[in-house]
Design a binder for this molecule. Structure first.
Ligand code: FAD
Length: 462
């Protein structure tokens, strides 16, 4: 008898979890572990809001595994050291996990696999969190794609679609004695003084069940208007699956096939168009991971090297505070930053506006904004956050043209014409000039011109 160890990371689900299923299929007792590794070199420490999510997601996973007769073992420390100890403690004969795509994580996993194999274990990794493995999507010249549309076309035009989701195991065979586990409460993942996450539970049902409920709600009530509605922040038109996907409470395979199933069950041109748009957004997630895989420094290094000498302004702490706290005097930016503060989430359209304002009007280096979102978003994602900030800055792959500066006032008029979103997050919002709303911290036109002047250092502006 030799235990099968399952090492969970960002795949906190029992259904469509190939590593878990492989362990169950092996027939031996199964030990499932999650390791909080805040010490290994190169692993980016989690931000505050994702830690909040992780706490609840682990609690939900504990519950799921209990119901199957298993347990979730929690350990803290350098993951390779913890695993070595666990392999000894449990007399493990197999170690399984689902793949991740950051470079330090991949290096760690490769070293763990080497060690496990050398120790005689069956060590295997599985594709679970991306529909298309980054090394399999290549241009005709055998290079990684740097433009989204051909990337996505080459993915969806493959002769076979992504595999079907795998079932959840019906039972876990537990070892005679489970190894010791930390107590989740002592990991201090939740904020205390102050508890800035007090309102988060009103918005989110964390865990695998919550993820599937969100998908179901989306498909049955939001999909028909997705393509148009997704730009209007007051509407709840998008899936709000991002934090669930971030922690792998639901897999992209499940989302893909559930959407495809719904589309077939409700055949219409309208559903087809909206479903394709939704799946293409999932494609942006894939593209971001593709970029992270091939350009591991995506969160810190400009994809477009011309930006390396860009004259960013000094990030004045008072100005930065005003942006972070939603006190810039620009209503749409402030509403977005307050949505972020109150819920750990910000609507995509508003993310673009708030990021553009920071980068272009305030001329603050995109990395400073990326770091703030990393700390405050419940869906803070190593690939999508970095790729999106570079996209807005214009320094990214297939990015928005750097010389295009959003006008946050016009954006608000266009995408929140009745000011419903502004009112939701700014209270009794009327027009800024009528309501004693703070004066803008910067002149929009002058700062736009300053940005355009600065962008001249990058080359010709058409
Ligand atoms: P839906 O519209 O329902 O889309 C479905 C899924 O597709 C999302 O859950 C997400 O996984 C994926 N997706 C959608 N849009 C994008 C996109 N532009 N890039 C990558 N994946 C996408 N998304 C994150 O998941 N984590 C981040 O840390 C993150 N940071 C961002 C920072 C900035 C400055 C910007 C402009 C965007 C960022 N995004 C990030 C992308 C996008 O805003 C969110 O994925 C989206 O708002 C999540 O809401 P939703 O689940 O309702 O999306």
């Amino acid at each position: 008898m030799s235990t099968s160890l399952v090492w969970l990371r960002d795949d906190l689900r029992v259904a469509d979890n190939p590593a878990l299923l492989a362990a169950v299929d092996r027939g031996e007792p199964v030990v499932v572990v999650f390791i909080l590794d805040e010490v290994s070199e190169g692993i980016r420490p989690l931000g505050g809001a994702t830690k909040w999510w992780l706490h609840h997601s682990l609690a939900a996973m504990q519950d799921k595994l209990h119901r199957l007769g298993g347990e979730l073992i929690l350990r803290q420390g350098k993951a390779p050291d913890v695993l070595r100890a666990l392999i000894r403690e449990t007399d493990a004969g197999a170690l399984y996990w689902n793949r991740r795509y950051g470079k330090p994580e991949r290096d760690m996993d490769a070293a763990v696999k080497e060690y496990a194999k050398a120790s005689g274990l069956d060590a295997q990794s599985f594709q679970a969190n991306l529909l298309f493995e980054p090394w399999t999507v290549r241009t005709g010249n055998n290079t990684p794609y740097t433009v989204f549309t051909p990337f996505w076309k080459s993915c969806i035009n493959r002769p076979t679609p992504p595999r079907l989701p795998l079932p959840a195991p019906t039972k876990l065979r537990a070892p005679t004695a489970q190894p010791e586990s930390d107590n989740l409460e002592y990991w201090n993942l939740l904020p205390t003084h102050p508890d800035w996450a007090l309102a988060f539970p009103h918005r989110w049902t964390v865990g695998e069940n919550g993820a599937h409920a969100a998908l179901e709600l989306f498909l049955t009530t939001r999909l028909t208007r997705y393509a148009k509605g997704r730009d209007f922040p007051a509407e709840y038109s998008t899936s709000e699956l991002s934090p669930h996907l971030r922690w792998g409470e639901i897999s992209p395979f499940q989302v893909w096939h559930a959407t495809d199933h719904y589309r077939r069950e409700h055949p219409s041109a309208e559903i087809n168009t909206n479903a394709a748009k939704f799946i293409a957004e999932l494609g942006w997630r894939e593209f971001s991971y593709h970029l992270l895989y091939h350009w591991p420094d995506l969160a810190t290094v400009n994809f477009d090297g011309r930006f390396n000498h860009f004259p960013w302004g000094e990030a004045d702490p008072e100005i930065l505070d005003a942006w972070q706290q939603g006190r810039t005097g620009i209503p749409m930016v402030d509403a977005g930053m307050r949505e972020l503060w109150q819920t750990g989430y910000m609507h995509n359209r508003v993310r673009m506006i708030a990021a553009s304002f920071l980068i272009k009007n305030l001329l603050v280096d995109w990395r400073i904004g990326e770091a703030w979102f990393w700390d405050t978003l419940v869906d803070a994602d190593p690939a999508s956050n970095a790729a999106s900030w570079q996209w807005v800055a214009g320094s990214g792959a297939d990015a928005a043209p750097y010389f295009r500066v959003f006008n946050p006032l016009l954006q608000a008029e266009k995408f929140d014409p009745k000011h419903d979103y502004l009112q939701r997050y700014l209270g009794d919002y009327e027009h800024p000039l009528l309501s004693g709303y703070p004066m803008p911290i910067i002149d929009l036109l002058a700062s736009r011109n300053r940005a355009l002047e600065a962008f001249k250092t990058l080359g010709d502006i058409p």
